[in-house]
Design a protein around this ligand. Structure first.
Ligand code: SF4
Ligand code: SF4
Length: 204
């Protein structure tokens, strides 16, 4: 099991710049979704005139399924400056990969519970760390894309874009750098050093 928990309201409001398209993933049966809280917050955003559209669906971690559903909202998505996703970390990464030149943000943190965690055929994963970093890493998870799970930038050991721990994989932080560069958000690399709050790991 895992739980998606809404980020603090002020943090979400600070993320929303310009017009926003919202994606809710009600997930698979392994995921608990904060449906009522998300709905209340999204109503406020709608009332403020910032929302171009909302897609509420499931399994956005299934790329083919997700693309078909998102494309039905193409006009609303094009009219938005960003996409705000309420889902587990895998879902947010799936949308960020699809719209890699658009600002995609996570509205939730993902927290692990004991038991079956679900399966995904995707390369990117979520470690359910309880403190989602995707909003400052261009939608690429530093915990799972980096061999050392570094949250404060590249270790300096990468060679030709490959990880020093596993030369068969791309350096996660090189990918984060390239994604932020594409988004024109290299300023996010100047966010003060991120410290992991391990108290959020595997807690509700
Ligand atoms: S930073 Fe990574 S491990 Fe943590 S919640 Fe986000 S996607 Fe999951
Ligand atoms: S080379 Fe890149 S992916 Fe590998 S441990 Fe260092 S920062 Fe992480």
């Amino acid at each position: 099991m895992l739980i998606t928990k809404l980020k603090a309201k002020e943090d979400i409001e600070a993320l929303v710049t310009g017009k926003v398209f919202i994606v809710n993933c009600h997930g698979c049966k392994e995921v608990s979704f904060p449906e009522a809280e998300a709905k209340a917050l999204q109503k406020e955003l709608c009332d403020s005139g910032k929302v171009t559209g909302i897609l509420t669906t499931d399994y956005i971690c299934n790329p083919e399924n997700m693309k078909l559903r998102l494309e039905k909202h193409r006009k609303e998505i094009d009219a938005a400056d960003m996409v705000l996703v309420f889902s587990c970390g895998v879902g947010v990464q799936s949308v960020a990969e699809y719209f890699e030149d658009k600002k995609v943000c996570a509205g939730c943190d993902t927290i692990a519970l004991p038991g079956f965690q679900g399966v995904t055929p995707l390369e990117y994963k979520c470690d359910q760390c309880g403190e989602c970093y995707l909003n400052i890493t261009g939608g690429i998870c530093p915990l799972t894309a980096c061999s050392k799970s570094l949250v404060n930038g590249q270790c300096g050991g990468a060679k030709d874009g490959k990880c020093e721990v596993d030369p068969n994989m791309e350096c996660g932080w090189e990918r984060i750098y390239q994604r932020l560069k594409m988004l024109g958000r290299l300023d996010l690399l100047k966010v003060p050093v991120q410290l992991r709050n391990y108290a959020t790991d595997k807690e509700v």
